[in-house]
Ligand binder design. Structure first.
Ligand code: PLP
Length: 383
């Protein structure tokens, strides 16, 4: 039976027989979400403006400790307009980690620019500043650290490189709402930050994203770009070609209710990680690591197996026991649009992690028993 069929079967079980399937992630909507959405429906404010859009943007900016937050229809759309606002254009290069979700690289491509892949650090799994330094060329315009799986990238050395070479820094914070670097929240560390609110993220709006920055002119520019390019002071006057990347008031209503509970979500994620850490201690595997300067939000708690194990077989065995997992992202240099023949030797850390990494169930609703069940099943596969 294929892994997909097994997954469908396992998902059926959860519908009919309760919690027999342990999913990778869950959307938890048990705060004010329904009340705020009903308010949108009752008042007719269902499109790309309204009180929830304003409130969500204001409160998210406060949460990240930045001056401006601009909502968008997805994290990908946010990355696209943020890069455009930074002036990324055809002929430019943007340094992106080889280990990331494809949207980081695609957003660069949408601008007509070229993503240049740098390797990641073997412990934090985020951009390695030494490799970034090697990849800087006269065409480099920006660096895009990705706070992968909830762990912040090591920003200070990247900011130093950016300042020395006159580059912008755009944080891809899609997976790391509330993560901290030396006590400061992500989204306010570089020139601009971008978050995703896809259903499996720390907080969710269905689809949706947010751009964060302290730079007013950059915030104005992304507002212009995401709103069809319409001049805010002159209705139906379009000085540029813009996009319809607006978040709806309904999405923002869900987002605001989720944001009210974000500290609870983060605490639960960290509790789940602490339980995994404890249970994994004696296993011969590398687990999600938290650097001394970091507060991770553990979007997806992850493990990396050693060479002797067949990662994909182990994932199938876990699925047979109702445990959903996910392989690490493919290296960007393996994907057809970005294929590099010599990538495995020039990007060795990503190549190795991507072949061996597994994201484990990381829902905020997991219980101690769930985690014991998952770790016992994993232990049995390794022994
Ligand atoms: C690292 C990273 N960047 C960007 C995105 C894109 O966000 P969205 O799915 O909201 O477009 C994601 C989403 O999964 C992501 O994980």
């Amino acid at each position: 039976m294929s892994a997909l069929m097994l997954q469908e079967r396992a998902a059926e079980k959860v519908n009919t027989r309760g919690r027999e399937f342990i999913p990778l992630a869950e959307t938890v909507l048990n705060g004010n979400e329904k009340r705020y959405v009903l308010d949108c429906l009752d008042t007719g404010w269902i499109s790309g403006s309204g009180k929830y859009v304003d409130d969500f943007e204001r409160e998210f900016a406060t949460f990240c400790g930045v001056e401006h937050a601009v909502s968008v229809s997805s994290g990908t759309a946010g990355l696209h307009v943020a890069l455009l606002a930074l002036g990324v254009a055809p002929g430019d290069e943007v340094i992106v980690p080889d280990l990331t979700y494809v949207a980081s690289a695609n957003a660069v491509t949408y601008c007509g620019a070229r993503p240049v892949f740098a390797d990641v650090d073997p412990t934090t799994w985020t951009l390695d500043p030494l490799d970034v330094a090697r990849k800087i060329s006269p065409a480099t315009k920006a660096i895009m650290p990705v706070h992968l799986y909830g762990h912040p990238a090591d920003i200070d050395p990247l900011l130093e490189l950016a300042s020395a070479h006159n580059l912008s820094v755009i944080e891809d914070a899609a997976e790391a709402h509330g993560a901290e670097y030396k006590g400061r929240r992500v989204g306010g560390l570089g020139d601009v930050g971008v978050f995703s609110f896809f259903g499996n993220k720390i907080i969710a709006t269905g689809e949706g994203g947010m751009i964060t920055t302290d730079d007013k002119s950059l915030a104005d520019q992304v507002r212009l770009l995401k709103g069809q390019g319409m001049d805010t002071a002159r209705r139906y006057w379009f000085p540029i070609v813009g996009y319809n990347y607006r978040m709806t008031n309904i999405q923002a209503a869900i987002g605001l209710a989720q944001l009210e509970r974000i500290n609870w979500f983060i605490e639960k994620k960290r509790e789940v990680a602490a339980l995994y850490d404890e249970a994994m201690r004696s296993l011969p595997i590398l687990t999600s690591h938290e650097a001394a300067w970091a507060k991770s939000v553990y979007w997806l708690y992850s493990v990396c197996l050693t060479e002797e194990y067949d990662r994909d077989r182990i994932m199938t065995r876990l699925l047979e026991q109702g445990i959903e997992t996910r392989p690490f992202f493919h290296p960007m240099h393996h994907l057809p649009p970005y294929y590099q023949r010599d990538g495995d030797s020039t990007l060795p850390v990503t190549t190795n992690l991507a072949a061996r990494g597994i994201n484990l169930p990381s829902s905020a609703l997991l219980t101690r028993e769930d985690i014991t069940y998952v770790t016992s099943a994993l232990r049995a596969c390794l022994c």
